[in-house]
Design a protein around this ligand. Structure first.
Ligand code: 5GP
Length: 145
């Protein structure tokens, strides 16, 4: 049952937290990491994850850790809207494979939505590294301003 089970410390986000796999970081503190999705469903698709909680889903995470994640989600949603000027922004979170979860370390999706643009397929279609680097630089500049 993908909704339940033991936390796998070899999942891709655990490796990103440990620095074993690179990512396009937008924000990091002791508790939270935010980075660009490399298979973006829209331009600016961002993921926000807890660093300390070994939690697969929303059922596993303690409320204090989840609150810290959500504070960063709110801040970065504002950054994405300010910099990319989408017509809308979706905040999404999936629990269990039947609900769409593919990586079993809890995470929030921030997905800017542009007028008339359908979403790319979930978890498919890797973005070009140059595009992700340029987007990261643009968003980091906005965060610093
Ligand atoms: P889920 O389907 O579990 O809600 O979302 C997992 C997300 O992680 C997907 O949007 C997928 O594109 C993204 N993802 C999968 N592997 C990697 C990776 O190696 N790096 C990054 N940055 N995102 C990934």
């Amino acid at each position: 049952m993908s909704l339940h089970g033991d936390y796998d410390s070899q999942n891709i986000f655990a490796k990103i937290i440990r620095g074993e796999v690179p990512c396009y970081t937008l924000y990091e503190d002791d508790d939270v990491l935010a980075f660009l999705d490399v298979f973006p469903q829209s331009y600016g698709h961002t993921l926000v994850i807890p660093k300390q909680a070994a939690a697969r889903t929303i059922l596993d995470i303690d409320a204090a850790s989840l609150s810290k994640v959500m504070a960063v989600v709110q801040k970065l949603a504002g950054v994405l809207v300010a910099e990319l000027a989408p017509a809308g922004v979706q905040v999404m979170q999936f629990n269990g494979a039947p609900a769409g979860q593919t990586v079993f370390h809890i995470h929030m999706h921030i997905v800017p939505r542009y007028e008339g643009d359908a979403l790319n397929t979930h978890g498919a279609g890797q973005a070009e590294p140059q595009q992700l680097e340029a987007l990261q630089a643009r968003l980091l500049k906005r965060i610093a301003s």
